[in-house]
Design a protein around this ligand. Structure first.
Ligand SMILES: [Zn+2]
Length: 185
């Protein structure tokens, strides 16, 4: 498959969530790099919407890149944040009515919660720009909360960054079979 990986946010000009000197842009890029390696090793073609810090803000260009590249799947990777540091857990979003998006979201959520031991906040639909503007099935993964001290460790340590990537890669591996099943039921 042709898989577009979208590391959320941009870098210094648009870092996303920030906590204790850690930025969302940096941790999701690290997870995306691991994911890219795993997917290429599994025989997929991979396009990253950014491979480092980039000066672009906004969201439309991310979906546009994936559409022009004719991606089969679009995976946007984020870390969550909340004013209350006790908030925690993983969740995955898909576009309302997208059966393939729902299937991929369900698979990623199950793998992520299983491998990381994070709290299951569920897979949910939302009309996020990157989900709405992409032609192919798309998901937005909220890996864990950067604002939670324990989960910040998961997001910054290479071993657990790798686990997030492995969870998503395994979900992609299961997707073709599972999506056929979801069309029959
Ligand atoms: Zn984000």
């Amino acid at each position: 498959m042709r898989i577009a990986i979208d590391p959320g946010h941009s870098g210094p000009c648009e870092p996303g969530a920030c906590a204790e000197g850690v930025t969302e842009a940096a941790v999701v890029l690290a997870i995306s790099d691991y994911l890219s390696q795993l997917l290429v090793a599994a025989g997929h073609s991979v396009m990253m919407t950014r491979s480092g810090d980039c000066p672009l803000t906004g969201l439309k260009w991310r979906a546009l890149l994936a559409n022009c590249w004719r991606a089969d799947l679009f995976i946007s990777i984020h870390a969550n944040s909340y004013s209350e540091p006790t908030a925690h857990g993983s969740e995955v979003y898909y576009y309302p009515g997208s059966r393939y998006g729902l299937t991929l979201a369900r698979l990623i959520q199950a793998e992520m919660v299983g491998r990381l031991g994070t709290t299951d906040r569920g897979f949910k639909h939302a009309m996020y720009t990157v989900l709405e503007d992409t032609i192919c099935p798309a998901v937005l993964v909220e890996t864990a909360f950067l604002s939670n001290p324990d989960e910040r460790k998961l997001l910054t340590e290479p071993d657990s960054q790798q686990l997030f990537a492995e969870a998503i890669a395994e979900a992609v591996a299961r997707f073709p079979k599972e999506s056929r099943i979801s069309l029959i039921d």
